[in-house]
Design a protein around this ligand. Sequence first.
Ligand code: ADP
Ligand code: MG
Length: 339
Amino acid sequence: MREFALIEHIRRRFGRTGPSVVRGIGDDAAVLTPPPGRQLVMTTDLLTEGVHFDRQTASLEEIGYKAAIANLSDLAAMGARPDYVLVSLACPSDCATPDILRLYRGMADACRPYRVALVGGDTSASRSGLFLSLTVTGSVPIGKALLRSGARPGDRLYVTGTLGDALAGLQVLGKKRRASSLRLSSAARRVLIERHRRPIAHPRLGQMLSGHRLASAAIDLSDGLSGDLRHLCEQSRVGVELDAAALPMSPALRAYARSSGTDPITLALQGGEDYELLFTVPPSKERVLLRMAQRTGRRLTRIGLIKPARFGRQIKDVTGRLRRLPNTSYEHFRSSGVK
Ligand code: ADP
Ligand code: MG
């Protein structure tokens, strides 16, 4: 299929128009009516074959799905409602039209629950590997965006869901390929692999936190708790006491840690791509937060306390001893030589 035919196909299958989309795919640019009383929040993410994904081990649906989730999760961490998406592609010659449509199917799966409309993009050939870039725009009520910089000493540190599952899932897949014997039930394997392949973003929870001004700061967990907590603390100019015994872990993660001889706390601290929300709550807002969490059936766990900057970032281990929080998170440039 030629480029124009492909774009027309994408428009018919995946393009969405709504009351606020004056013009979507098909013109020189999209025309959208800004939501009254709200500020725009925009995020973009570039995925490069060989750096962020591998077409040998991940399906195109999965690549598209995860690209969308990474962006939706960034908006969730800002407390924003996701609205529109633009998709830019550079396709190598071995990537045919059905492959591209698989990418879009994955993206559409991730966007569907939030009714995010595809309103445009750009298409190019690539001489080396597949490139996929998504730009997602969203909006928040004026002045209500959740920043990384709002945490204050005395605030409580909370996290959604469970930690480390996506990393454990990735390791389970790797071990399966090497055919080593991992004594882990197939149910636990399935849970962890699913968390790696189909992570979930939390835009509705993010909007609840911003809309009711429950959180003072927030970040999404894409690089791992330890590294992302560091970003939040540095931008807020605060320290933190993290409670190792409180870190929420799934039964599957604990089983995996036991069977592989890995420390579950390390998995929880370093595991990337969980896309859970990490946020701080002033003590005066804690009761309302917990009531709302209960009503919506969301798992929220208090995992620490914000301290003055001079305290630094420390973790209280299960014996009650404090030690410095390790600075570990995944950085792509470290391995590619880009400084
Ligand atoms: P231009 O030459 O101005 O870049 P294009 O022919 O690339 O125009 O794009 C025509 C229309 O198709 C635009 O509305 C653009 O947003 C949309 N579009 C192009 N590529 C994609 C894509 N990969 N996914 C979604 N929309 C696309
Ligand atoms: Mg173009």
